[in-house]
Design a protein around this ligand. Structure first.
Ligand SMILES: C[S@@+](CC[C@H](N)C(=O)[O-])C[C@H]1O[C@@H](n2cnc3c(N)ncnc32)[C@H](O)[C@@H]1O
Length: 306
């Protein structure tokens, strides 16, 4: 069923500043000067955006977790984690904590579930959702510098987080440091170059995907790179599974992909042509048929025993 078309007027003059606030001042030496890292906000440079303006971030994360693809890939990721009674598991970039209750249940009363994120507001939701679970603890930190002892964790879960971080290799090195020698990591990341949106103007659909890859998501093609990056960090990969989400309802797709919001910014920046983009969006929202898809990759790996 198609959703109701919604008017969106795209104007090249409607520029809005989008500032990426993510930086870890304590890690200045490792990542380079903070001011340099903030040049992502300079005019004409990439405008990486951790959140699309389509819903409150906590609602956005819960909607994805409850979608058909979300339920399916998260169940698979959890099976790969193989959580047992007494397992200590860290969820890096836990957001609103959508996965924490299921992990706490699997790890039982002797287990420990540690949710880590740098977003104070999202952690408020995570705390609220797991307040009744004594084995869950929530920590506010930058995952480039984990507040965990070396060899202290049995499992690490990272779900759609490396796409946004400054230096994914540093996060994976931290994961390798904190996992004990029989530890296991499960990462899930999209590959935004796999984004397809069907439209007669296939060139604009291609330009749109190109724009998302180059300007909207910081590490947009990390999905395909996960096996290599895990190998580089000292892990042995033992499972790789693609999951493809697809949408046939434009409004539902927009709630996840935020293409109206992305187009508005792209036209404001002069990255996409205003009139052509307006027609593209109007057709997508009003057309009798809609199709879009995006692939995510679930990759499981372990540290080689010494
Ligand atoms: C797309 S959300 C995924 C949340 C959660 N894993 C889930 O599946 O619902 C990405 C999360 O990564 C967090 N994040 C991004 N960079 C981070 C960093 N450097 N340190 C800690 N958290 C980070 C964001 O705050 C956000 O909660």
């Amino acid at each position: 069923m198609m959703g109701q078309p919604t008017e969106l007027t795209l104007s090249p003059s409607a520029t809005r500043a989008v500032v990426d606030e993510s930086s870890c001042v304590a890690q200045e030496d490792r990542f380079g000067p903070v001011d340099e890292r903030r040049t992502v906000t300079k005019v004409g440079g990439p405008r990486y955006r951790p959140w699309l303006e389509v819903a409150a971030p906590s609602d956005y994360l819960e909607n994805i977790a409850n979608s058909a693809t979300g339920r399916s890939y998260k169940a698979y990721a959890k099976s790969l984690l193989n959580i047992e009674r007494g397992t200590v598991i860290a969820d890096l970039g836990c957001g609103a904590g959508v996965d924490l209750p299921a992990y706490a249940e699997a790890a039982g009363p002797t287990g420990q579930v540690i949710g880590i994120d740098h977003d104070h507001a999202l952690l408020g939701h995570a705390r609220k959702n797991s307040a009744h679970l004594p084995t869950v603890s929530i920590t506010e930190a930058d995952i480039h510098c984990l507040p965990l002892e070396s060899d202290s964790v049995d499992r690490i879960h990272i779900d759609r987080v490396l796409q946004h971080v400054d230096v994914p290799a540093v996060v994976l090195a931290e994961a390798a440091r904190t996992l004990h020698h029989e530890g296991r990591i499960v990462c899930v990341e999209p590959d935004w170059a796999t984004l397809t949106i069907d439209h007669r103007d296939a060139a604009l659909s291609r330009s749109y995907t190109h724009h998302v890859v180059e300007q909207v998501i910081r590490n947009a093609t990390i999905g395909r790179a996960l096996p290599r990056m895990l190998g580089d960090a000292g892990f042995t990969v033992h499972a790789i599974a693609p999951f493809t989400a697809h949408w046939t309802d434009a409004l539902e797709a927009d709630k996840v992909l935020g293409f109206r919001d992305v187009c508005e910014h792209a036209v404001a920046d002069g990255t996409l042509p205003a009139a052509q983009t307006q027609i593209w969006i109007n057709d997508l929202m009003a057309g009798p048929q809609f199709f879009a898809s995006l692939s995510l990759f679930v990759v499981s790996a372990h540290i080689e025993s010494a």
